[in-house]
Write a protein that binds this ligand. Sequence first.
Ligand code: AMP
Length: 397
Amino acid sequence: MKILVINCGSSSLKYQLFDMDKEHVLAKGLVERIGIDGSRIKHTKTGMDAITTETPIPDHKAGIKLVIDSLLDKSHGVLASLDELSAVGHRVVHAGEKFATSVKLDDKVMAALKDCIPLAPLHNPANIMGIDAVIDVLPRIPQVGVFDTAFHQTMPKVAFTYAIPYGYYEKYGVRRYGFHGTSHYYVSRRVADMLGSPIEKLKIITCHLGNGSSITAVDGGRSVDTSMGFTPLAGVTMGTRCGDIDPALVPFISKTENLSIGEVDSLLNKKSGLLGISGVSSDMRDIEEAAGRGDERSRLALQVLVYGIKKYIGAYAAAMGGLDAVAFTAGVGENSATVRSMACEGLEFLGMELDGEKNKVRSEEAVISTDSSKVKILVVPTNEELVIARDTKRLLD
Ligand code: AMP
């Protein structure tokens, strides 16, 4: 069975084609700058060099057609005909409270996702555009939606309720939703497998640290709290997003800098975080390099990030009443030994003992705590696409 996984942004589209018999990736690629000058597709057949083709791609439908052409191409394609394609799985950011698991996409589900646009005005329209484009190009192939918010629907009310007038929850669905759910789900399951313990018995904290970052408390396999909130702006410091701040900063900055609410929102999303503190970059590699050569504000940015991670680990250990494992994933979590070691430093009292040698690992699964560490610390490269492909297969079966 072959399944295509699509992750559609406003001007880009990532794809992977899986052979589900062995869960192998047959091909993957990226369509960039859709509707913008310089649009291109980068396609890689597993085991071969990537091929980049610059060509006008006016909209998502044109992008999907190019993906299909690449998958069917005689030299670097992997499908003899479209009949080999069983289904398409889509990453969708926000399903509100409507879906707690993945679902087959039909008119009713699409209407429900459109209802969620006010909750994710930047992400859901692009996801929906991608789904519509695939349905247009491949009308007979079943489509499945896998939602970033779904895994967190198990959070108890006490964890998702904001202390503002309750009517806003009832009227507008204002509450903590959480994101990166597919990643937290995958990583927590891998932790259980790697430790050889049933997930039902484990209290795990998964730290997804990338450009966007979130930390989740997974108790017995269920998300019970997570650092992102109503939007992906909350939580730990991110590349350009501020993470947790005093909400009174919004009117303060708006008034003192004479900015509209929209402008402040953009400032908190795009000019804050590591970039805002350091003034150097949003990219952790640049921050580590600048901090290493003595740049004070880059060092501060790094410290603010790891201080936040530590506080979440402590808070979630308290929320779960115990802790068995902490896992690091995504670009920073998988690659930065520095961030991992700074984040674990001083948490020995919780039973976390990092092994400096084992921590030198990069982008591969590993237990990086000492043998005697009560709480296991792990690196687990995330694989959201595989979860989407598996869910899609499960729903077809
Ligand atoms: P993601 O959003 O998961 O793609 O993660 C992107 C982040 O991972 C960026 O901030 C990168 O700087 C960071 N990253 C990637 N490779 C490394 C590395 N070798 N060391 C530190 N950070 C890295």
